[in-house]
Design a protein around this ligand. Structure first.
Ligand code: ADP
Ligand code: MG
Length: 665
């Protein structure tokens, strides 16, 4: 519909111009009249409608109103062609603006379309049926062939494979997954046949949450945006009043009534704040979309603007600067039965969310150990975990935990670990130590590079805060090139919260964590940034910015994007204000013709929008390349599947009982 109206407006203007240039006499007057009437109607009515809506719903005078007043004033003094030029260009630039903003807004919703139409669900008889993906329920088990898209978030029950998660994390490197691993809707299983149990309904899937978050972020106004809207409103009234005053002044200075009105209308257009009002949202919307495609979710324009001003970055260590996927490097079982010791340890840790616990569970699984029941479990943040098994109370944790339990670590057998620089987990029963394991975590490959990039882009202070031992913290800190005073260890969660406040000293701080034990610091910081947040509800909730991937470089890229966004906002405001000053000067003192004022005004608006839209292509990630890669990978794998790489699957599909619903859908 708007396209039709805009075209009609353009058509009207062309007819009026043709009349002006080609005809004479009565034919000229009639043609101009018809053309101008068409342009006024098709261009003016929608603008008038919008002006009314803004007045009624939001009680604001918007720019549409200014344009209509100017067009009416032009018509009143017989300058209908100029009026038609005004309405046509205004209508064109509004249409363009809406399209551009819509593009920025919808960039993320395209993710929805990547959800597959159907899925292969296992039936109770162990057969496989094809059902519409929308009919999957939590608890269903689906079979994923190589090349298949994941129909809903779930956990792998059987099979191993590499998944392309670039749709969610923006990362093009496939991620290896094994039983117990989480898979996300709309990602692609590249190889291996996986059996996945659905854990989330479509409305609660990671993709749906992402889209909801981005949509909310786009609706929330950034401070500068609120300012430009507030300013725009005050200013619009000022322009209206100013134009009336100018009308009086022109008249008082000896112009005839018609010239004075024409000049006042020109001034009105020249002074209209279209470009100023759109300059901020155009940049912010584009940046939010670009970031989301790179797996970086800003919870709003405010987080984007604040991040640009951040020059202190505080990091959690485990699971943030390090991968959190540690290896067991040594075991000392004081009772001499290593198997029983490790089994007890893993049984306690089975109840913990901590990275270390996962490492210990994995080690137990690798050794094929049987776990036993532990109940009344309680996690003690930054210390460990305590519970009861058949033999009585058991606990696992660090030195702090041992101290809390009154257990002495002063034993020769434990000395090997205490002198080293690895994380040590003690297992004890009340005051008796049963043994210890040492665990070594790896730095993320991208951490050092990201810290260097942050420093290069003007970050003054970097701090690492960890609940781990000093020895480990110093080793990791040195590997990252941190100065000794930038390393803080053996902290409790509340120590991190306090220190984040202390190092700020009035400057803006970002805290980067993984959401395990650091929700407080994430909330305390000016900008809380969660790493690897895909699938982690806590991290998504607590943070202002969520990095869905585990790629630390993305953090530096997000910081760069935020800086680039503020600089584009500044460019836009300068451009918009500069253009307006020039036009106003021209209109007030230099007899600037109305059509030129209109051209300058609309041209400025379009430029500002286009400048903001540049952010939409910010290389915050390499999604585009990976899209192409994925397409070819998918095809390759499909061929292989057809060639009989997975007979098991085909047998399964052969027994498929197709449900009637799946055919009708
Ligand atoms: P970080 O600040 O490095 O992310 P946390 O504050 O989460 O670390 O934990 C600090 C320390 O507490 C760990 O290094 C570990 O020694 C101990 N710890 C916490 N939870 C557990 C657990 N479930 N099992 C064993 N040790 C634990
Ligand atoms: Mg942590």
């Amino acid at each position: 519909m708007p396209v039709v109206l805009t075209s009609a407006t353009v058509m009207g203007l062309l007819i009026a111009l043709a009349g002006t240039w080609l005809l004479s006499g009565e034919a000229r007057v009639n043609t101009i009249g018809i053309g101008a009437a068409l342009a006024y109607l098709a261009g003016g009515v929608p603008a008038g409608w919008r002006a009314l809506k803004a007045l009624r719903n939001e009680h604001i005078l918007d720019i549409d109103l200014l344009m209509i007043v100017a067009a009416i004033a032009a018509a009143a003094v017989g300058a209908v062609v100029e009026g038609a030029v005004l309405l046509t260009l205004f209508s064109l630039s509004t249409a363009m603006e809406e399209r551009a903003m819509g593009r920025a807004r919808r960039a993320i919703e395209a993710l929805m379309e990547l959800r597959p139409e159907t899925a292969f669900r296992k039936t109770v008889e162990d057969a496989v049926e094809e059902v519409p993906a929308a009919q999957l329920d939590v608890g269903d088990i689906v079979v994923l062939r190589p090349g298949a898209r994941v129909p809903a978030d779930g956990t792998i029950l059987r099979g191993r494979g590499a998944l392309d998660e670039s749709t969610i994390t923006g990362e093009s490197m496939p991620v290896g997954k094994e039983p117990g691993g989480k898979v996300f809707e709309a990602t692609v299983n590249l190889n291996g046949v996986l059996e996945v149990q659905i854990t989330k309904s479509l409305e609660q899937s990671t993709v749906a949450r992402m889209i909801a978050l981005v949509t909310e972020a786009q609706a929330a106004k950034a401070p500068s945006e609120r300012f430009s809207a507030w300013f725009g409103q005050r200013y619009t009234i000022a322009v209206l009043v100013g134009s009336v005053v100018a009308l009086g002044a022109f008249y008082g200075l000896g112009r005839d009534w018609e010239t004075a009105l024409y000049r006042a209308a020109t001034l009105l257009v020249a002074a209209s704040p279209c470009a100023i009002v759109i300059s901020v949202p155009a940049a912010i919307l584009s940046a939010l979309s670009a970031a989301a495609r790179g797996g970086v979710l800003f919870k709003g324009g405010a987080a984007l603007e604040t991040l640009a001003a951040v020059d202190i970055f505080a990091f959690d260590k485990t699971g943030t600067l390090t991968t959190g996927r540690a290896e067991v490097t040594g075991v000392v079982a004081l009772g001499n039965n290593e198997t029983a010791f490790l089994s007890t340890l893993a049984s306690v840790e089975a109840h913990s969310e901590h990275h270390i616990a996962e490492t210990l569970r994995r080690e137990a699984a690798r050794r094929g150990l049987v776990l036993h029941d532990v109940h009344d479990v309680k996690a003690i943040p930054s210390a460990g975990i305590i519970g009861r098994n058949a033999d009585g109370p058991v606990w696992a944790g660090n030195r702090r935990m041992a101290d809390m339990m009154g257990a002495s670590l002063d034993q020769d057998a434990l000395r090997v670990f205490q002198d080293g620089a690895e994380t040590v987990v003690y297992l004890g029963s009340e005051t008796r130590i049963l043994g210890a394991v040492s665990v070594a975590d790896k730095l993320r490959e991208t951490s050092a590079g990201a810290l260097a990039a942050l420093r290069a882009s003007g970050v003054k202070t970097i701090a690492m805060m960890t609940g781990d031992r000093w020895a480990v913290a110093l080793r990791i800190g040195r590997a990252l090139g941190l100065k000794p005073d930038e390393i803080h260890a053996e902290m409790l969660p509340q120590d991190k919260v306090r220190l984040v406040g202390e190092i700020a000293e009035g400057r803006k701080v970002a805290f980067v964590g993984d959401g395990v034990n650091d929700a407080g610091a994430l909330a305390r910081a000016d900008v809380g940034i969660a790493m690897g947040a895909a699938g982690s509800e806590v991290a998504l909730q607590a943070a202002d910015v969520a990095l869905l991937s585990e790629d630390m470089e993305r953090l530096a890229a997000a910081h760069r994007l935020s800086k680039r966004t503020t600089s584009i906002i500044h460019q836009n405001l300068i451009l918009a204000l500069g253009a307006m000053l020039l036009l106003v000067t021209g209109a007030a003192f230099l007899e600037l013709p109305l059509p030129l004022a209109v051209l300058g005004h609309e041209g400025g608006t379009v430029l500002v929008v286009l400048n903001g839209l540049r952010l939409l292509n910010d290389p915050i990630c390499n999604t585009r390349r990976s899209m192409a890669d994925r397409e070819s990978i998918e095809r390759g794998h499909d061929d292989k599947a057809l060639a009989g790489a997975s007979t098991q699957l085909r047998n399964a599909v052969a027994t498929t009982t197709r449900t009637p619903q799946s055919r009708s859908d």
